[in-house]
Design a protein around this ligand. Structure first.
Ligand code: NAP
Length: 321
């Protein structure tokens, strides 16, 4: 019997792919850094049976309509806002993601951004590099305390809870907001469920960890930033379009909030000309929430294992619906 034809939209390490070669006829975009072009993605998906996609690959109506043999999209991310899931379902195309394996790693990055922003670590680094460290001074590069402050987590899911556990280690007071309450998080972590507005008003650190959906698009807008304390920081490790970047920039310039730590942006990649990068109160990273070697390898294997399960008729490891 012919092996199922798989297209992988980015070059993954041979050592990861090798064990799967006996199961699939694998084709792979040859670049690790550069994303697959839209033309090639459309052309390959029109003939393959399985796609292994990255978060920047749009699996939309155009692609789905012309992919007559496609029966599964294994997205190498926990977020799947790049895939039109209802349409895929309608076309009997399964969609999988990579939950759990990246939870702790992404929480580490979220907390790193929070700490780096509060304690002005990048400014401090730059300060020495620019030869400005001539004396010690009582108020030189003073930042904000983290311990015993209030963190407000919007999107208390897997990663949100992992961030809350870190916050507890710093003796922080933990508030959270979701559409539904999580009694186990309240009991285990001591997190307090509050309304979105209360969270904005009370938190010293507002951390966004919701998925990007129609409901969460631009959730953090002018009004939201206005409700935050002028000493508070905004940390976003979810998806860029959950925030209005212009409103965020204005809120920082107008001193309505103290700063931001951002791993995600509405239109990625951003370049050095992005207005938020010009603000000393903002620390940015290039969507590296899950970027440790251990975790990325697990995400690759989980995506490939989902493909194996699908084509062997076994239950999927992590279907999105
Ligand atoms: P998860 O377990 O599904 O958690 C998401 C949480 O958001 C849920 O608790 C959900 O609770 C809440 N939520 C959903 N819609 C909401 C809304 N409208 N208002 C308030 N809360 C809402 O997902 P996860 O594994 O923690 O991942 C969260 C997101 O992080 C992913 O979707 C992805 O976009 C992002 N992420 C980014 C990186 C990175 O590299 N920066 C890495 C991994 C993940 P309710 O359903 O009760 O509302």
């Amino acid at each position: 019997m012919d092996k199922p034809k798989i297209f992988i939209t980015r070059r993954l390490p041979e050592e990861v792919i090798d064990p799967y070669k006996s199961k699939f006829d694998i084709e792979m975009w040859p670049e690790e850094q550069e994303p697959v072009t839209r033309d090639v993605l459309l052309q390959k998906s029109s003939t393959c049976e399985g796609l292994l996609t990255m978060l920047g690959d749009k699996v939309d109506e155009e692609l789905i309509q012309q992919s007559k043999n496609l029966s599964i999209v294994a997205n190498m991310a926990v977020g799947y806002d790049n895939v039109d899931v209802p349409l895929a379902e309608k076309h009997k195309i399964a969609v999988t993601n990579t939950p759990d394996v990246l939870t702790e790693t992404t929480a580490d990055l979220a907390f790193s951004l929070l700490m780096a922003t509060a304690r002005r670590l990048l400014e401090a680094n730059q300060f020495i590099k620019e030869n400005n460290w001539n004396h010690w001074a009582p108020l030189m590069l003073v930042g904000s305390d983290i311990h015993h402050k209030t963190i407000g987590i919007v999107g208390m899911g897997r990663i949100g809870e992992a961030v809350a556990r870190r916050a507890k280690g710093f003796n922080m007071n933990v508030l959270y907001h979701n559409r539904s309450r999580k009694p186990e998080a309240e009991e285990e972590i001591g997190a307090e469920f509050v309304s979105f507005d209360t969270l904005l008003e009370q938190a010293d650190y507002v951390v966004c960890l919701t998925p990007l959906t129609d409901e969460t698009k631009y959730l953090f807008n002018k009004e939201a930033f206005r409700k935050m304390k002028d000493t508070a920081f905004f940390i976003n490790v979810s998806r860029g379009a959950t925030m209005d970047e212009t409103a965020l920039q204005e809120a920082i310039v107008d001193k309505e909030i103290a700063g931001a730590g951002l791993d995600v942006f509405e239109n990625e990649p951003i370049d050095a000309a992005h207005p938020l990068l010009g603000l000393p109160e903002v620390i940015c990273s290039p969507h590296i929430g899950s970027a440790t070697k251990e975790t990325r390898y697990k995400m690759m294997c989980m995506s490939l294992d989902n493909l194996v399960h699908h084509f062997e008729g076994k239950p999927l490891i992590s279907p999105v619906t």
